[in-house]
Design a protein around this ligand. Structure first.
Ligand SMILES: O=C(O)CCC(=O)C(=O)O
Ligand SMILES: [Fe+2]
Length: 277
């Protein structure tokens, strides 16, 4: 079998076929996927009924895995996050974000597997921070290049949502204690491709530290709208056992929250990365 990689658009996204991800990943396929990820930023695979352990091992082929401080873990593999949304646990990833930018070394990538889907809705969109940055005018790019921004855990994981029971509060307080605000460059250099892209996101970025608050608010609002332009995005309509593998270093994603009262369950493995520069 040779991998087939078909781009879904000029900026971001490709569909990969002719591969069985329930089998151990061959080194040659790993290298091909790594290269494809640099070019397309998010790869989609159809009909890959991986077990949590298989998904964890697949992700491990690309690096060490992150254990999330608040999201529930799968009983068969603690590195697998279970995102189980329904009426009593409503979806809240309907904002543009890069995963886990509240730590000094945000994840390199993540692998998401669709387990239980609503009859319609629940699509996920990804945007290319590189395409968004490259489309800005040269003077604005020059202005943004040296700036730094603060990223906050509690902005995306507020107490009212993640510390509702005494047990949740304990976990949440430990996570807060472990997650002081960090700063990252507003424009990041991809450590492998060398490309530059926007690295501020609606989910976690609280302010651009070099600017006055009103300036920072206005600029972050502009950058959020800019990044979400359809030209820089791809939208995936899930089928059960579809799998998405994204480069988290210069992409953002948005999970539509349009399916209640139906349930939706996703499994995520998160691969650790390095400090942005
Ligand atoms: O549920 C989804 O489609 C994506 C949720 C999300 O933001 C994530 O898994 O990082
Ligand atoms: Fe996410």
């Amino acid at each position: 079998m040779t991998l087939d990689i078909r781009p879904l658009g000029p900026a971001i996204g490709a569909l990969v076929s002719n591969i069985d991800l329930t089998e151990p990943l061959r080194n040659t396929d790993r290298d091909t996927l790594q290269t494809a990820l640099l070019q397309h930023h998010v790869l989609f695979f159809e009909n890959q009924p991986v077990t949590p352990v298989q998904q964890r091992d697949l992700a491990r082929a690309f690096g060490e895995l992150h254990i999330h401080p608040v999201y529930p873990q799968h009983p068969e593999a603690s590195e697998i996050i279970v995102l189980d949304t329904h009426n009593d646990n409503p979806p809240d990833n309907d904002n543009w974000h890069t995963d886990v930018t509240f730590i000094k070394t945000p994840p390199l990538g993540a692998i998401l597997s669709a387990r239980v889907l609503p009859p319609h809705g629940g699509d996920t969109l990804w945007a290319s921070g590189i395409a968004a940055y490259e489309a800005l005018s040269e003077p604005l790019r020059r202005f943004l290049d040296p700036l730094r921004a603060e990223h906050s855990f509690v902005q995306s994981f507020p107490a009212w949502r993640y510390a509702r029971t005494p047990e949740e509060r304990k976990t949440w307080e430990a996570a807060v204690a472990k997650s002081p605000e960090v700063t990252h460059p507003v424009v990041r250099t991809h450590p492998v491709s060398g490309k530059h892209g926007l690295f501020v996101n609606e989910g976690f970025t609280s302010r651009i530290v070099d600017l006055a608050k009103a300036e920072s608010d206005a600029l972050l609002a502009f950058l959020r709208v800019h990044l979400a332009k359809p030209e820089f995005t791809v939208r995936w309509r899930w089928k059960q056992y579809d799998l998405a593998f994204w480069d988290n270093r210069l992409t953002q994603h948005y999970a539509t929250a349009d399916y209640l009262p139906h349930r939706r369950v996703m499994h995520r493995a998160t691969i650790l990365g390095d400090a942005p520069f």
